[in-house]
Design a protein around this ligand. Structure first.
Ligand SMILES: Nc1nc2c(ncn2[C@@H]2O[C@H](COP(=O)(O)OP(=O)(O)OP(=O)(O)O)[C@@H](O)[C@H]2O)c(=O)[nH]1
Ligand SMILES: Nc1nc2c(ncn2[C@@H]2O[C@H](COP(=O)(O)OP(=O)(O)OP(=O)(O)O)[C@@H](O)[C@H]2O)c(=O)[nH]1
Ligand SMILES: [Mg+2]
Ligand SMILES: [Mg+2]
Ligand SMILES: [Zn+2]
Ligand SMILES: [Zn+2]
Lengths: 218, 218
């Protein structure tokens, strides 16, 4: 379809921008409310603590309002808002327009928070280097099977809100089984936000994965 | 757009079918994993206990597989599977095809479980009498604001998994405030599945709402 061809062309254009400016872009996708905004804020805090020189930026994709951009500002993080209107996903043209309007000089890692939707966003490349999918344990362990496209195309799956495991009937083994069947190369992290009751070293492993992935792009 | 006109025409056609056969149809929509399947099973159990003569049917809309239809069968409920393929929503033509193939004779209440997606399903009328939107408290209290279309068009909003309230930062008042701004006439129910720690009379109120709504269609 012509629409997808145009999108792929613009995605390649965005990637050229990123590579010229030495920016590594991560596309964060999930169903609504899986915890993208919360996780990106915590990751940037951890990255800043680990590597003083690193500079992180955020692009927020939402259909209505700028609630997530405001949450970023409250956490001391500058975020650029893209209003996607009727589209339930970010696409390459929206990002291209922003990249031409704003300056992302000195940004090392750019987090692209996509619209909360477990289907459409997977079909629109943005020019990102890595795709990260979040699945919260409160959604159910069958989602990778029921909504496969997103999980097939990603580099990492983050199982979020694991502090809720005692209160839901989510099996980490079943979810990971579905993910490995679809995408054996994806890294899988089961985490909870710092401060919640859950083994925190997995969060640190995710931070390391992010840094290693970013450094692998040169 | 011609697509939507065709859909609306078929939706009217489906409604004629429903009205001829005295079937009342409820369209259940939500983000993935908000608890549609779990709730429909519990509602049918409660309806059967309350009114012996009532006959309930289920149509399951999914992109991949028939996991929810199998869960219905395990609960002793006959469900018809519609595989929506690449479409992340049920539409009127899919339902029309099913209504012409299968017999829904003697069905009083038909539950249409839509594909898990907080955007597209709201735009495709199916011929249903009532729209019900589920929002689980683990998704966040800002969702009605961020994904308004679905909440604007519905007859009832069910806030699910309220047993998780002590473990998430969800404000019932904030969520209800957003819903009332968008849709003052929607009934709002905060519930948890039977057996979970939460005030159970709201679940009973939802069962009554369902019966009263069904009886109001004559
Ligand atoms: N218990 C628990 N709740 C969490 C955790 N992470 C996020 N949440 C809650 O999950 C809800 C949704 O989080 P968000 O960060 O807004 O999710 P999102 O994916 O950005 O949502 P959208 O952008 O609207 O799609 C909020 O109420 C968060 O407080 C966690 O680790 N544990
Ligand atoms: N704690 C708790 N968990 C619940 C409740 N209701 C449902 N769940 C869990 O939520 C998860 C998702 O439930 P489902 O019924 O599969 O959700 P769904 O909306 O049908 O999901 P899709 O059809 O895939 O969109 C499952 O793990 C359920 O066990 C509840 O009241 N409390
Ligand atoms: Mg967000
Ligand atoms: Mg379901
Ligand atoms: Zn879309
Ligand atoms: Zn759709």
């Amino acid at each position: 379809e012509k629409l997808m061809e145009d999108n792929d062309q613009l995605a390649r254009h965005n990637r050229e921008h990123f590579d010229e400016e030495k920016i590594v872009a991560f596309n964060f996708m999930s169903a609504p409310g899986a915890g993208k905004t919360t996780l990106i804020i915590e990751l940037i805090k951890a990255l800043r603590a680990k590597e003083k020189e690193i500079s992180c930026g955020v692009v927020e994709g939402d259909m209505v309002g700028d609630l997530d951009t405001k949450r970023m500002a409250e956490a001391g993080i500058k975020a650029f808002q893209i209003s996607t209107g009727k589209a339930c996903h970010l696409d390459a043209s929206m990002l291209a327009r922003l990249l031409h309007q704003e300056s992302f000089e000195n940004t090392d890692i750019l987090f692209l928070e996509n619209v909360g939707n477990l289907v459409c966003p997977a079909e629109f490349a943005l020019g990102e280097h890595f795709n990260v999918v979040l699945l919260s344990v409160s959604e159910g362990d069958d989602k990778p099977f029921k909504y496969p496209i997103m999980f097939q195309k990603c580099d990492a799956v983050v199982l979020t809100k694991c502090d809720l495991l005692p209160h839901v009937d989510f099996s980490l083994a079943r979810a990971e089984g579905f993910i490995k069947e679809l995408n054996p190369r994806a890294s899988i992290f089961d985490i909870s936000m710092p401060g919640k009751l859950y083994d925190s070293n997995k969060f640190d492993q995710l931070v390391s994965w992010l840094l290693t992935s970013a450094k692998s792009v040169s």
